[in-house]
Every structure is written in structure tokens, then in C-alpha cells.
Ligand binder design. Structure first.
Ligand code: NAD
Length: 305
């Protein structure tokens, strides 16, 4: 139910994450206008009380803030600079928050271009996956000006629980890229442990249970371990999106002359997974790279991740 005094939101990009985040803004009482290039993507939000818009500018029209949750840098650039984009028709509140994972360099360029037009821009990527998005329990890492962050914070509180202003424009993306390189390398470590355990005849569910009680415990082992063991490939966070994140990590590191050999190694396994048609599968399908390398098979089913 919409509440008086709650800021209005133009929300752009209602995919796996965005639809849950928009639903939580509505639940918290914010009036929401929605736009996605796939018309059906907005249906659930509209049924929950959102207004469907015809392009990003229309979604932002009259709103206090525009929030985007899009796949990659080119889509965010399209929403800012493209026809019907936000640079020429910003929200009335002159605040844009992008919560996608994209290039920190592109973020700083957009921040500068929007600042010239008198519009504040916050980069606020998230961690926590579709479950965190659904439960309004995301970790949100924001970069940008302090005053703009303060204005964005009430909206973040409707979508997340750990909300941090981590620095100037682009800093949110840098922190998110650090998060992603840990997730990728951790996932690879779990694949290797499961491959070794399986070849040794150890019960993999028991192995996972024991590891979760000790110093090898991790979010990835907890949340994706069961699907890896079951060979279940349904997408929550797609292989394609993680590959994109690891590419962004490497571009950023190379520009700064920071060697990241672990990231390079796990990225090559994502290349292998994509070459075998796994791009639309969930990240747990990285274990299937190990199936192929060791000529073993896990049960192969698909379902909701
Ligand atoms: P998704 O592909 O499911 O959703 C993206 C949505 O954006 C789609 O509905 C698509 O139609 C829409 N879209 C694409 N181009 C558009 C445009 N120009 N204008 C309007 N809408 C457009 O992706 P997702 O899983 O929701 O992820 C979104 C972002 O969040 C990505 O950057 C991803 O890396 C990041 N992320 C995802 C997860 C996860 O677990 N899925 C977790 C953390 C962060």
C-alpha cells in the first residue's frame, strides 16, 4: 500500500533481481513506475500496484528517484544516454541510482555527465542473490556524493539490510568487484573439493555438512552446494552474469596494474562452461566443468535456482 510522504520511484529493469526489489519498494509504501524492454517483465509489479511506463524517461517522470537494475554497462548507458533516456529527462528529484554490476570507469563517466546536468548519480551494486532480493536483505555498497547517498538511503532500506556508503563515484562497483572475485574463486575451490570427495567415494552431502561447520564454510557452499551436488542447473545468478563480472574485475585490475592470477584461472573455467552452452545456467553449473574434466557426471536436472 502506498503511504503518504514516501518517495516515488521510477524502476527500470525487472529481471531476476529487479522484480523482487521493486516489489519490496511497493511493500514499503513507495509509489513505483516500472519499465523493462521485455513488456511481460513488469506484469507482477503492475499487479502489485506499480504503473507501467513506456521508456526510462516515462518511468522516471515526476518521480523522486530513478533506480535501474540491468545486466551490464551497455544497457545502463542506453538507459542514461539513449532515446527516451534519463540524461535528457531525469526524475523530478534529480537523483539516479544504478544498482546493476557494471564498469566503475563507465560509472564515473556517467556521474560526470549527469552532474553537468544537475543530476546526482549513485552506483549501488548489491550482493545476496535472488533470495536476498526477495527478503529485502541485500547487502548494498554505494559510491557517490554523501548528500545524494543520504537521499537514496530510505529506498535502500526497503531493499536491503547492510547498507554502506563506501566512497566516491565508482567505489560501490569496486567493492562489488572485490566481492565477485572472492565468490568466483570460492566457487572454484568448492568444485575442486567436491570433485576430490566424489572420486574418493565420500558422501558429498555429508562432506558439505561437515565443511559448513568449520573454517571452510562459505555462503557459496551453503547456498549453491546442494544444487552442485544434485547437478541442478536452474538459474538464480547466471554463468553469463558472473563471467561478465569477472571480465569487469580483470579490466579494472589490468588498468591499475594489479595481478589477479586466481581470477584469471577461474575466468577460463567460465569460458569453458559458456563454450559448453551453460551460459544461461546458474553458477552452480561451474561444477559441470569438473564433471567434464574428470569424465564424471552429476545428476543433471534443471529447476529454479
Ligand atoms: P536479469 O537479466 O534477470 O534482469 C535484467 C532485466 O533488465 C531484464 O528483465 C531485461 O529485460 C532488462 N533490460 C535489459 N536491457 C534493458 C534496457 N535497455 N531497458 C530496460 N530494461 C532492460 O539480470 P539480474 O539477475 O536481475 O541481474 C541484474 C544486475 O544485478 C546484473 O548487473 C547482475 O550482475 C547483478 N546481480 C545479480 C544477482 C543475481 O543473483 N541474479 C546478484 C547480485 C547482482
Amino acid at each position: 500500500m502506498q503511504q503518504q510522504g514516501k518517495g516515488s520511484v521510477g524502476f527500470i529493469g525487472l529481471g531476476t533481481m529487479g522484480r523482487e526489489m521493486a516489489a519490496n519498494l511497493l511493500k514499503a509504501g513507495h509509489p513505483v513506475r516500472v519499465f523493462d524492454v521485455v513488456p511481460g517483465a513488469t506484469a507482477a509489479a503492475v499487479a502489485a500496484g506499480a504503473v507501467a511506463a513506456s521508456n526510462p524517461a516515462d518511468a522516471a517522470s515526476g518521480c523522486d528517484v530513478a533506480i535501474s537494475m540491468l545486466p551490464d554497462t551497455p544497457q545502463v548507458e542506453e538507459v542514461i544516454y539513449g532515446e527516451g533516456g534519463l540524461l535528457n529527462a531525469p526524475p523530478a528529484g534529480k537523483l539516479i541510482v544504478d544498482m546493476s554490476t557494471i564498469s566503475p570507469v563507465a560509472v564515473r563517466r556517467m556521474h560526470g555527465d549527469l552532474a553537468k546536468a544537475g543530476v546526482a548519480f549513485i552506483d549501488a551494486p548489491v550482493s545476496g542473490g535472488p533470495v536476498g532480493a526477495k527478503n529485502a536483505a541485500l547487502s548494498i555498497m554505494a559510491g557517490g556524493d554523501a548528500e545524494a547517498f543520504a537521499r537514496a538511503e530510505p529506498y535502500f532500506k526497503a531493499m536491503g539490510t547492510t547498507i554502506s556508503h563506501v566512497g566516491a563515484s565508482g567505489a560501490g562497483q569496486t567493492v562489488k568487484l572485490c566481492n565477485q572475485l572472492i565468490c568466483g574463486i570460492n566457487l572454484q575451490a568448492i568444485c575442486e573439493a567436491l570433485a576430490l570427495g566424489r572420486a574418493s567415494g565420500v558422501d558429498l552431502e555429508q562432506l558439505r555438512h561437515v565443511l559448513l561447520g568449520g573454517s571452510a564454510a562459505s555462503w557459496m557452499l551453503d547456498k549453491l552446494g546442494p544444487q552442485m551436488i544434485a547437478g541442478e542447473t536452474g538459474a538464480g545468478f547466471r554463468i553469463d552474469l558472473m563471467f561478465k563480472d569477472l571480465r569487469l574485475v580483470q579490466e579494472h585490475a589490468q588498468a591499475l596494474n594489479v595481478p589477479l592470477p586466481g581470477t584469471a584461472l577461474v575466468t577460463s573455467q567460465y569460458v569453458e562452461a559458456r563454450a559448453h552452452g551453460e551460459g544461461a545456467n546458474g553458477n552452480q553449473a561451474l561444477f559441470r566443468v569438473y564433471d567434464r574434466m574428470s569424465n564424471q557426471t552429476s545428476n543433471q536436472t534443471s529447476g529454479e535456482g
